[in-house]
Design a protein around this ligand. Structure first.
Ligand code: ATP
Ligand code: MG
Ligand code: MG
Ligand code: MG
Length: 488
């Protein structure tokens, strides 16, 4: 089943269960001071759970573009090194706002996976919350009893508070969750370790696909829990992981979500991607594979962020986007030997592939392409020299910690984000003195503040309205009636 059909099956299924299908919210959040990017499906519905707004329907389903590169959820370092964490991914979700609860949500999840998608029941594991006496939260008996109708008990795993209890914050709605994992190991591999569940052990072929969160409590300021007046369901399923399971492959990058992008990189570079079987191949090939995975992942994230209005820049969310793109560019430069801008060419592939469902990537196709090409060309102008400087620094470094001030020079002169320098150093078994970097950054900020104070010393700041002595410009900026005057 191709990825378009997987997405459609999910939405159709929940529509048939009375859900209103809504579009994804933008990946970039403009008016939430607590969050830069959408990192889960529920973010756009937060106000409904808090009771500050009323949803159009008490049952909603969608697929949400998510980005997990900062804050509480940061998967950046795993991307490319494993085959199932992305920076940007789609989260399929269904919600109940005070409507249905566990009795419906869990059997529906099971029905969808095993009857609609016909995934092998024997490969599915589920987890339920084991309870935590110290925190006064009970074992989720109800979820356990529901699962027992479908799943043999030895495949119902009890999970702790970290994995199986969800909280919005220190206070507010919270509740147990129940995850569904899938075991994609071959029959032989499974037989060899029979009886041992690898769930929660980070095995690349045993992955979490779906999380069902049940908001039934409210945590009060004193830390105690009370039952919420209305109970809610919030679920999130990794779309690319589900496609992996449906397409009988063992890596998200071998699904049709990524293969057209990978083929494009192969075509441009003349290199070959050899899937996720990294164990048996040479170091060089490992590097090629990782670099290709990082590039297709990162460029997809950056393209969607730009399409949603977030241009790369030097601050805030814009700098996160710039950092991701520079990371991808350097992976290409060092490991795929790409010396000219090329990643922008992936935008056309993305637009063809995803434009039908996400029209923004099609309507912004030219803008996104141009912005990426410019960014790429501009970083490539300094990348080579910067890397050479870094080589010199590495050569001069005694011990395994590289001075922060040197890394700051790379940042300041060659546009190397701190985390990029740290990444390159890690590849060489070295560590960056990050605190030293931050100090150098603060010192530079202080210097430039001092410098700007000097240059404006005999000028007052911009002031509105009529002024007595105008000595700044020949013309006043009449519309705004703003001008500069000499201090008297
Ligand atoms: P994991 O334990 O694999 O990191 P998670 O518990 O952090 O996942 P949730 O917050 O429960 O993930 O999100 C719901 C679903 O979204 C997960 O079950 C998974 O299928 C998917 N998902 C989470 N993070 C990523 C990611 N970085 N890339 C792709 N899919 C993801
Ligand atoms: Mg995670
Ligand atoms: Mg998890
Ligand atoms: Mg989870």
């Amino acid at each position: 089943m191709n990825s378009k059909d997987v997405r459609k099956q999910f939405l159709d299924f929940f529509q048939s269960k009375g859900h209103l299908i809504v579009p994804s919210a933008p990946i970039v959040l403009k008016d939430d001071p607590t969050l830069m990017f959408n990192n889960s499906g529920m973010a756009q519905f937060k106000e409904y759970f808090l009771g500050n707004a009323t949803p159009k329907s008490t049952r909603i389903a969608d697929t949400q573009k998510c980005l997990r590169v900062s804050g509480k959820h940061n998967d950046l370092e795993d991307v490319g090194f494993d085959t199932y964490h992305h920076t940007m991914f789609e989260m399929l979700g269904n919600w109940s706002f005070g409507d249905y609860f566990k009795e419906e949500a869990l059997p529906w999840a099971w029905e969808f996976l095993t009857e609609v998608l016909k995934l092998d029941k024997d490969r599915l594991y589920v987890s339920v919350f084991e309870g935590n006496e110290a925190e006064n939260v009970p074992f989720d008996q109800q979820a356990f009893d529901i699962w027992k109708q479908f799943v043999p008990e030895d495949r119902i795993i009890l999970g702790n508070k970290k994995d199986n209890f969800w909280e919005m914050g220190d206070q507010g709605p919270c509740g147990p969750c129940s995850e569904i994992h899938i075991d994609l190991r071959t029959d032989e591999e499974r037989a060899a370790v029979s009886g041992r569940s690898l769930v929660n052990e980070d095995h690349p072929q045993v992955v979490e696909i779906w999380n069902n969160v049940f908001m039934e409590f409210n945590r009060k300021a004193d830390g105690s829990l009370e039952k919420l007046p209305a109970q809610h369901v919030d679920t999130g399923m990794g779309f690319e992981r589900l496609c992996m399971a449906m397409q009988n492959v063992t890596s998200n990058y071998d699904t049709d979500v990524f293969t057209p992008l990978i083929e494009k990189v192969e075509q441009i570079t003349g290199l070959k991607y050899t899937s996720n079987e990294v164990k048996d191949i040479s170091e060089e090939q490992n590097k090629t594979n990782i670099a290709i995975r990082v590039i297709v992942d990162h460029v997809r994230a950056v393209a969607f962020a730009i399409a949603d209005g977030q241009l790369p820049s030097n601050t805030g969310a814009g700098y996160v986007i710039r950092r991701i793109l520079r990371r991808a560019i350097r992976y290409g430069f060092t490991f795929l030997n790409t010396k000219e801008a090329f990643t922008y060419q992936l935008v056309d592939v993305l637009a063809d592939q995803m434009g039908e469902f996400f029209p923004e990537i099609k309507s912004q196709q030219n803008l996104v392409t141009n912005v990426i090409r410019e960014e790429e060309a501009s970083f490539l102008r300094t990348l080579d020299q910067g890397l050479q400087l870094l080589e010199n620094v590495i050569g001069e470094t005694k011990g395994n910690i590289v001075a922060g001030a040197k890394a700051f020079e790379l940042y300041d002169t060659f546009g190397f984000p701190k985390d990029l320098t740290a990444l390159i150093l890690r590849e060489r078994g070295l560590e960056l003195d990050e605190a030293g970097f931050d100090v150098a950054m603060q010192e530079q900020k202080a210097r430039s503040r001092a410098a700007s104070e000097v240059s404006t010393e005999d000028w007052s700041v911009l002031i509105p309205g009529n002024v007595e002595t105008f000595v700044g410009y020949d013309q006043t900026e009449s519309e705004a009636k703003i001008t500069r005057i000499r201090k008297v």
